[in-house]
Ligand binder design. Structure first.
Ligand code: NBP
Length: 479
């Protein structure tokens, strides 16, 4: 009889196949399965010699090939397919077996599945895996959520396959229920903001600094040696430097300017609205992709709507470095907002998230991996429970140093008619956050006028209403 496998992977598209290979390469026998058997066959033909694999065509054989408690990674398309696979697996499993959903599931689905399966005696884990296909194969950032006792059963395998930075694996138990998928969702949201900020910098360098793609690629290469050093800045340099084989032009110049999305950025923004957390950077990034998709409308508007045409008149010697500083300051804001959102979610759900540990496991393997995350890890180590990263001296100072350049970039872009939704909204957030008294007093006054919604006074306790349409007197409404 063949040896039982320590873990199984069902779903052998690019992510599942690479995770299975990564696990097997670490000496762990892996059972593999896919709905369409041909894919399993292809997998075995290509990779069987990389480790100890047991392939099964049927779910029954797959389950029977696993040691107990069974540990099964489900790596299929998020949504209904995950429920479908669970329904096939669950009747074949025994109490205490563990189903691990390592796809990009929406965290409320993970909460629901955890509860449903617990009622059936099964343990369910929602595990965020970041790093794309390359990460899955060579070391992703892993964000496991679920029952800590279930995590203990897979910890060794998951930490062994994760990316490692400074000797620390990029894998830590995040929290119960959907906490792992939640943190992965915010990670992806931050990725949206990072990418949007890079795109805005590229737009300004193209249309105001009048540089071509290869020249801008060189600038990103240089930026990757400083504060901005990160995977996304690095690959921006590579993508901008690529020449299109068909036309000989820079490849980016022949790519259609419509951004697609799979939904994690939108989920992050919706969750922020539900939690009441100001999350302007990520949300603007989602809207920017949505606006980019309106290609036909934009084409019509481009010859109808008035505005300045960007010109290099605004080009000045310090423009490129100003843009770098604006990018850095806006990035600090996007991360500050994302971490504030995770803090709020942790409190709302009783997850007790260790936010410093989240920054630590994002330092390697994942798409937003960056030097910068070390500063966030250090901030949490030094200051503990942080309300807003902008208030940590390192970031307070970094943004203070960048703010003049940041303001100049926002002014220049606005004068030149270049859209910079993430740069500008990040600066507005910064300016609103640092105000002791903002203009919401007037909002409350208006709400009281048209809806008797009441207001509070700065000089007295209680809720008040002015009888606007009667005698204009003020009454206390709460006692
Ligand atoms: P896909 O998201 O493209 O899903 C394809 C896999 O799902 C195939 O194995 C397919 O089986 C299986 N599947 C589907 Br579709 N419907 C099914 C059903 N009803 N029952 C059983 N299996 C079903 O694969 P992927 O790109 O490898 O991503 C897997 C997960 O990882 C997703 O949640 C994704 O969001 C997440 N993720 C992807 C990346 C990335 O860079 N691609 C990064 C991080 C996370 P078949 O072969 O029979 O059609």
């Amino acid at each position: 009889m063949t040896e039982l496998s320590r873990i199984g992977v069902t779903g052998l598209a690019v992510m599942g196949a690479n995770l299975a290979r990564n696990i097997a390469r670490h000496g762990v026998p892996v059972a593999v399965h896919n709905r369409t058997a041909a894919r399993t066959k292809e997998f075995m033909e290509a990779y069987a010699d990389e480790g100890t694999f047991t392939a099964s065509e049927s779910v029954e054989d797959f389950v029977a090939s696993l040691e107990r408690p069974r540990r099964i990674i489900v790596m299929v398309k998020a949504g209904a397919p995950v429920d479908g696979v669970i329904e096939e697996l669950a009747p074949l499993l025994d109490e205490g077996d563990i189903i691990i959903d390592a796809g990009n599931s929406h965290f409320p689905d993970t909460n629901r599945r955890t509860k449903d399966l617990a009622a059936r005696g099964l343990r369910f884990m929602g595990v965020g895996v970041s790093g794309g296909e390359e990460g899955a194969l060579n070391g992703p950032s892993i964000m496991p959520g679920g029952d800590p006792a279930a995590y203990a059963e897979v910890e060794e395998i998951l930490t062994s396959i994760a990316a490692v930075v400074d000797g620390t694996p990029c894998c830590v138990h995040v929290g119960p229920d959907g906490a792992g998928h939640y943190v992965k969702m915010v990670h992806n949201g931050i990725e949206y903001a990072d990418i949007q900020l890079i795109a805005e910098a590229y737009d300004l360098l193209t249309h105001v600094a009048s540089l071509d793609a290869p020249a801008i690629g060189k600038i990103f290469e240089e930026w990757n040696t400083g504060d901005l050093e990160s995977f996304l800045i690095e690959i921006t340099g590579i993508v901008l430097g690529k020449t299109d084989e068909r036309t000989g032009r820079p490849l980016v110049d022949v790519i259609v300017d419509q951004a697609e999305q799979k939904g994690t950025g939108r989920w992050t923004a919706i969750d922020a609205l539900d939690l009441g957390v100001p999350l302007t950077g990520i949300t603007e990034a989602v809207f920017a992709r949505t606006l980019s998709a309106l290609r036909d409308e934009r084409k019509a508007a481009s010859t109808t709507l008035a505005g300045p045409n960007p010109s290099n008149e605004a080009n000045r010697p310090d423009l490129v470095d100003d843009i770098r500083q604006a990018l850095y300051a806006s990035k600090v804001v996007a991360y500050a907002q994302g971490f504030a959102q995770m803090r709020a979610a942790s409190e709302a759900n009783g997850w007790n998230l260790d936010l410093g540990a989240m920054a630590t496991i994002w330092r390697g393997g994942c798409i937003i991996r960056a030097q910068f995350l070390n500063r966030i890890t250090e901030a949490y180590a030094e200051h503990g429970n942080i309300e807003n990263l902008l208030m940590v001296p390192y970031f307070t100072e970094a943004v203070a140093n960048a703010q003049d350049a940041w303001r100049r970039v926002v002014v220049t872009a606005t004068e030149q008619g270049v859209a910079i939704p993430a740069f500008a909204s990040s600066l507005s957030y910064y300016d609103a956050y640092r105000r002791e008294r903002g203009p919401a007093n007037l909002i409350q006054g208006l709400r009281d006028f048209f809806g008797a919604h009441t207001y509070r006074r700065i000089d007295a306790e209680g809720a008040f209403h002015t009888r606007w349409s009667q005698d204009g007197t003020e009454v206390r409404t709460d006692g």
